[in-house]
Design a protein around this ligand. Sequence first.
Ligand code: PAF
Length: 307
Amino acid sequence: MKIIRTTRSMTAWSEGLRGEGVTIGFVPTMGALHDGHRSLIRAARLRCDALVVSIFINPTQFSPTEDLSRYPRPIAHDRALCREEGADVCFEPTAAAMYPEGFQTTLAVPLLARRWEGAARPHHFAGVATVVTKLFGMVRPHLALFGQKDYQQASLIRRLVSDLNLGVAILVRPTVREKDGLAMSSRNVFLSPDERRIAPLLSAALRAGEQMIRSGTDDVAAIERTMRQTVEQAPAIQIEYLAVCDPDSLEPLSVVAARAVLLGAIRIGPIRLIDNLLVKMPGRKVLNQGFRLKAEGGFDDLGFKQK
Ligand code: PAF
């Protein structure tokens, strides 16, 4: 596995392969890799001839109150995981290379970013949209993979790629969970044993909401009440939001129809955890198709190259 640090070498490597008709898969990360990342890297490996994983802790997606310096940086472990999963390149650009003096362009996806994570972390999605677009420009992938765990991020990236004709197919893969349901996240390592014990209540709340929808409840207020009551079993948890939304626009629903996404964010002490569940009800009327995007760029819905 090659470790590439400069943007020029990264682009030269990719352009060389693209010229030979090689399909490039890309998994952008901020490191501290866990089994969620591993599943994305494996899925990319299956679908593409060449595979790039980037590790870059993007300062512009952290707010001044979030501690960028505390973000875990287990680089030896991360490189070993990439190597084990067959990555061809680990791209590790420096902050100075990504944001040289004079850098001033940022991208906004205002409607998808305005609620939920965007409301709690106002600059976050501009930082994500900008860095992902830059990384795509440097890595020039055919297919890029993201985890469903960051549902709003994935929706926004899909929108961005379509709006700006970036020519990268986006595949969103299911959230990988611990045995007790907790969604894997680089932040989980910061939970104390007591905090870790109550953290799965977030996924339990989403599952309780899903259960209500599947057994015929379409009353959003009742579903949200049940989700809250599940989390409130642990007084140490503060709820930021638990909402039933349209899976495409991420706007709150008043009645559940054929599809909904249940979004949740909680705080346990200083740690913020997010999770979501997508619920599809075959047979129910689709009220709002929103701006659902189709698979693009010669890849099918499962991210495989179309013959
Ligand atoms: O999901 C992440 O790890 C980051 O937001 C991403 C997509 C790598 C951009 O910095």
